[in-house]
Design a protein around this ligand. Structure first.
Ligand SMILES: Nc1ncnc2c1ncn2[C@@H]1O[C@H](COP(=O)(O)OP(=O)(O)OP(=O)(O)O)[C@@H](O)[C@H]1O
Ligand SMILES: [Mg+2]
Length: 367
């Protein structure tokens, strides 16, 4: 496919007996912002290193622009990387850092300076060009690192957790900046993070990784609202887990009995074959649970005991116990809750779960 800037075809990577990437295929489209999202150790950095050429796959093929590059060394690929730890040269000024990569491309001095100015203006640091690079804040250093990578006009820019050393507020600010820069330059970004919120905010598409596999690849709303596996449903977005057993099969749904005796109807979606008696896990997001106003009218209702209530500004977060063992969280606007709730820990409330908000998955190890 011509539009794939990067294509990994059945790539595996082993270190001795350790399988780090397992038969992984991935196409990155031209001009997109694609994020590899996964827990520590799932193989994100290794995937980037294989794209950049710092690491060779044990098996499989790597294509850049449709060309097989397995044997092409890193410095011959038009791929640059931005790392978590900035990796600026401390003895150089900001401008010298940014233009550094052009010295080997026989770009004249003046032109290098002009391009460095242009790139620094893009990241909002035009006035810092003659500063010593050690005299910058973390956020500024990361902007310089970005300018230094962009000046090379890479075909693909790889970003390995570039914001994880920054505090939360700065991280949010830079997320939007990076996204804007990506859009304006049209450069293909492959971004790595273990922060699902960051992935949802920034990406055109997200590849959810687990133990060397891509479990789902799709738009943020796909992976958030239409998770295909239990792993993806639990990993992306805060979720409540309700374990139960299928007691009845209906046309497009199943009835699940919880240990508490409550029964819930859940659409089957991608749950696969669920026979009566199958152990399932139901996933539901805290923001989809409601305190039932009138329990007699509602269909999917569980009785729960209020254990805690936390003030979050306009929202409240409730922790509730269902039966003996299940604990659920509910997030709701404060003005939608009965006013007496805050003072009545231990009270019994009816919680309504819209069937559409429930995801049923067969229990047991993910694929
Ligand atoms: N050169 C190497 N030799 C041996 N094992 C390695 C090597 N590089 C990586 N690994 C192992 O491969 C696995 C995946 O590593 P990788 O760095 O790709 O994970 P990651 O998803 O980037 O994790 P993190 O979020 O912690 O950065 C880990 O178990 C790691 O210890
Ligand atoms: Mg890593």
């Amino acid at each position: 496919m011509m539009d794939a800037v990067v294509r990994l075809d059945r790539v595996s990577k082993r270190f001795g007996s350790l399988v780090v990437l397992d038969d992984l295929s991935l196409e990155v489209r031209r001009g997109e912002f694609l994020t590899l999202l996964g827990e520590s150790g799932c193989g994100k950095t290794t995937t980037l290193r294989i794209i950049s050429g710092f690491e060779e796959p044990t098996d499989g093929a790597v294509y850049l622009n449709g060309r097989l590059v397995n044997a092409v060394p890193a410095y011959r690929r038009r791929v640059n990387t931005v790392f978590q730890n900035y990796a600026l040269f401390p003895h150089m000024t900001v401008g010298e850092n940014v233009e550094y990569g052009l010295r080997f491309d026989r770009v004249p001095r003046r032109e290098r300076r002009r391009l460095a100015e242009e790139m620094l203006a893009r990241v909002g640091l035009a006035d810092k060009i003659d500063r010593q690079s050690t005299a910058l804040s973390g956020g500024q250093m990361q902007r310089v690192a970005l300018a230094r990578a962009l000046i090379k006009k890479p075909e693909v820019l790889l970003l390995d957790e570039p914001l994880s050393a920054l505090d939360a507020r700065l991280r949010k600010e830079l997320q939007l900046e990076l996204k804007r820069t990506q859009r304006e330059t049209g450069i293909t970004f492959v971004y790595v993070t273990h922060d699902q919120e960051e992935a949802l905010v920034m990406s055109d598409r997200i590849a959810v990784m687990e133990r060397g596999h891509i479990r789902q690849l799709g738009r943020p709303d796909d992976v958030f609202e239409r998770p295909e596996t239990l792993f993806v449903a639990e990993f992306v977005g805060a979720s409540n887990k309700l374990d139960g057993r299928v007691v009845e099969i209906r046309h497009n749904s199943v009835i699940v009995a919880l240990p508490s005796g409550d029964r819930l109807e859940a659409p089957t979606r991608s749950a696969g074959d669920l026979a009566t008696g199958t152990d399932v896990r139901l996933i539901v997001r805290p923001e989809h649970l409601r305190v039932a106003a009138d329990s007699s009218a509602a269909t999917n209702v569980v009785r729960a005991v209020l254990e805690d209530i936390i003030y979050l500004g306009s929202d409240r977060k409730l922790t509730l116990r269902v039966g003996e063992r299940l604990r659920i969280e509910l997030q709701e606007r404060g003005d939608r809750l009965p006013p007496c709730l805050g003072t009545r820990l231990g009270m019994t409330v009816d919680i309504e779960i819209p069937p559409d908000a429930l995801y049923a998955f067969r229990k047991g190890r993910g694929e």
